[in-house]
Design a protein around this ligand. Structure first.
Ligand code: UT7
Length: 337
């Protein structure tokens, strides 16, 4: 059969654009102050606050699992639209905290939400996980493979803290942030700028289970990070990529209303702000102060909390950018729900 007589497959027709329609979040219920943290590590509350902007963090209880937190955040986001799980075509969980290799966390979350036939899978792009997954959701909606996608960043990092490492133990926190992404006539998710600096692949790592097996007192793989190296990389590469995301969206920094970078360190946020020359009119997210670093969950939690507090508003143009283990990064300009 010649090529011209072969049956031609047809392409699904998607929506011209997508946008985030609603968000929801949940935070670990235990408040852990810097004072309490300093009963566990050799540090001072002042040092932690000055170096990072963190005053307190949220740790989940034993009952608060990545699964339960993801479900709660997802349910809250769907409820704002009067939707339930059965309205969702795909569930994507961005996480490094799901310790079962298979099935994915997203399949459990889809089950618990009643999204019984939805496509479901996890992404592992560390602290860039939400931005990576939002890029996938946008593509899925535009190529017609889904109309409504639930993207959830969720982490329970308190289980993976190396308490013997005073250089990182105070950073991490637990929670989930969800976004319902759906069809839109106007562009609500700008082009993603994403990639890796794989020459620095070993800069942040979580142990594998064989390493845990050698330490019976340890229940989970632990996080190891060269914080100073991440910091330096963020100052150069992440800044440049954030500028590129603004340019690719076809706007200028003065058009932005809100800047929501991954909540890793307020000093990184401030430096990004200076390098990007964002005008003073841009509202800058400092959610880290009473939340700590929740990796893939930090951006969606921050979006929802800023909207709740009236620090950001529906229709605002926001630059989001995540960066972390890999070293990976992803950023885009979005319209807030
Ligand atoms: O979310 C994934 C991406 N991760 C990040 O983006 C993290 C990026 N990195 C950071 O946020 C920062 O590097 C940290 C907050 C982790 C550390 O801050 P830093 O300013 O880079 O500190 P450092 O590791 O360079 O240490 C400076 C000094 C050292 O003492 P000397 O060698 O100067 O005498 C450390 O021993 O601070 C000391 N130090 C501490 N002192 C009191 C390290 N940890 C502590 C501590 N309390 N907890």
């Amino acid at each position: 059969m010649s090529l011209s007589t072969r049956p031609q497959i047809v392409q699904a027709q998607g929506s011209p654009s997508s946008r985030i329609l609603a968000t929801g979040h949940v935070r670990g219920s235990r408040v852990v102050s810097n004072e309490e943290m300093c009963t566990m590590i050799d540090s001072t509350p002042e040092w932690i606050e000055q170096r990072t902007g963190i005053k307190e963090r949220r740790w989940a209880t034993e009952e608060e699992t990545p699964r339960s937190m993801a479900v709660e955040a997802g349910r809250k986001a769907l409820a704002k639209l009067g939707l339930s799980g059965s309205d969702v075509d795909a569930v994507i969980c961005a996480t490094v905290s799901h310790h079962r290799p298979s099935p994915s966390l997203a399949t459990y979350v889809a089950h618990d939400l009643g999204a019984f036939t939805a496509a479901a899978f996890d992404t592992n792009a560390a602290c860039a996980g939400f931005c990576y997954s939002l890029n996938l959701a946008d593509a899925m909606i535009r190529n017609g493979s889904a109309a409504t996608v639930l993207v959830i960043g969720v982490e329970k990092l308190s289980e993976m803290i190396n308490i013997a490492d005073r250089g990182t133990a105070f950073l991490f926190s637990d929670g989930a942030g969800a976004a319902v992404v759906g069809r839109s006539e106007s562009v609500g998710v700008g082009p993603a700028v994403w990639g890796t600096a794989s020459d620095q692949v070993e800069t942040i790592e979580i142990e594998d289970w064989s390493q845990v097996a050698g330490h019976p007192e340890q229940n989970h793989p632990l996080i190891a990070m060269d914080g100073r190296a991440v910091y330096k990389w963020a100052m150069t590469t992440v800044t440049a990529k954030a500028a590129e995301a603004i340019e690719k969206a076809g706007i200028t920094p003065a058009d932005l209303d809100v800047f929501i970078p991954h909540q890793a360190n307020d000093r990184i946020t401030d430096a990004l702000l200076r390098h990007l020359k964002l005008p003073e009119s841009v509202t800058v997210c400092h959610d880290i102060a009473d939340m700590g670093n929740t990796s893939a969950a930090s951006i969606p939690i921050a979006i929802d909390r800023m909207l709740e507090r009236g620090q950001a508003h529906s229709g605002d143009l926001a630059l989001i950018i995540g960066f972390g283990a890999g070293l990976v990064y992803a950023g885009q300009v979005i319209v807030l729900p």
